[in-house]
Write a protein that binds this ligand. Sequence first.
Ligand code: TYD
Ligand code: MG
Length: 452
Amino acid sequence: MAKASAQFTCTSCGAVHRKWTGRCDACGAWNSIVEEAPLSAGPKGAVSRGRSVALSTLQSDEPPPPRTLSGMAELDRVLGGGLVRASAILVGGDPGIGKSTLLLQAVAAFARGGLRCIYVSGEEASAQVRMRAQRLGLGDAPVSLAAETNLRDILTTLDEERPDLVVIDSIQTMWLDSVESAPGSVAQLRASAHELVTFAKRRGVSVVLVGHVTKDGQIAGPRVVEHMVDCVLYFEGERGHQFRILRAVKNRFGPADEIGVFEMTGAGLSEVSNPSALFLSERGQPAPGSVVFAGIEGTRPMLTEIQALVAPSPLSMPRRTVVGLDSGRLSTILAVLEARCGIPFTGLDVFLNVAGGMRVSEPAADLAVAAALLSAREDVALPADTVVFGEISLSGALRPVSQSENRLKEARKLGFTCAMLPAGGKLDREAGVGLREMTDLTGFVGEVFGAG
Ligand code: TYD
Ligand code: MG
């Protein structure tokens, strides 16, 4: 039999390659591939037949899994309506974004609600965690603390203590003595997460794993364990902004794409229950290049301001700078504007930004982006009381988007009286918002900017 050769694993996404390459084909990360010992092929010798597994049906009289609410409404929403027993949750995010703060507050809230909670820190000493808890006013919450990185010891402790909820901060610092590689390697990360997830299912304990998103290949990132857990949440935000967004990208017990909005203050994270009002609160007089987009995040409508700046460029390759939106999407919209409407952006620098550090990934933002670009280019401000949404197809046609009514309702709630949107969507005409419906981008340009 051929000798099992070493395998090469991407530390960013966990993809396995036969050869080392500088760039991972699966996720596109550079310099993220490391050599790993191959998985064991199992015991040698006679192949045993295995035993048959008991099968069951889909029918069940069991009630749905019980959920526990933390009382932090934004967190409960992202979890899909509370914490599910025996579930494994991964919370990823950049270092320093506030994961430890969020989980300390969450664990204190659950503990005050009667759950037995253990917080295991592999990064900070107990005294440091205690100090932070005191500063956040959580000193009285009945949370048990441990500072430990040896997973074998942690699992033994958990087996004795039988808690309801365990937070492991962070999974990259944990190590198992049975795995022969350094803490933070793909092999350690996989094995540790596997042990913890198995423990969660077997003992009915909810486990939260914290994972740092890493930029280089030294430490494996949380994407490596995404497939093992029930729920994947990412905590995001721009460094310069105080807003933080907790986003569910996978949830076996609830809707994905749901978001919770928090604000980082001197006394920890506080919840933002009306994000639209907050994201629009900094908006001043209507200015060219500023457009309000009526978006949907998960099940919740959310208004955000999209800002564009267009200026003559001294460069032979003009700049395209995007914050909070997909840069590929910007290129597409610029191409459609040029090819279908005859409005070129050659020789112009384009800057595009979503105010407040929000990230927008819906195609429904296309029309708002186009409107912001045109408004900046023509130096014409859109009316202050108008929201915009709609998808742009490559032909230049405008496509209706889902949940138009929810978007309009939210717009009306925040005092907007007019909406520009694609024609043909199913709508309640009595929404209380004036509708300017358009079928294609050329028509939009003509109607709004009198050009095209
Ligand atoms: P932390 O939760 O330690 O981040 P992570 O665990 O994701 O690495 O948060 C670190 C940042 O949060 C730090 O830069 C300071 C800031 N912060 C506040 O602004 N207010 C607070 O009350 C706390 C606890 C932290
Ligand atoms: Mg931390």
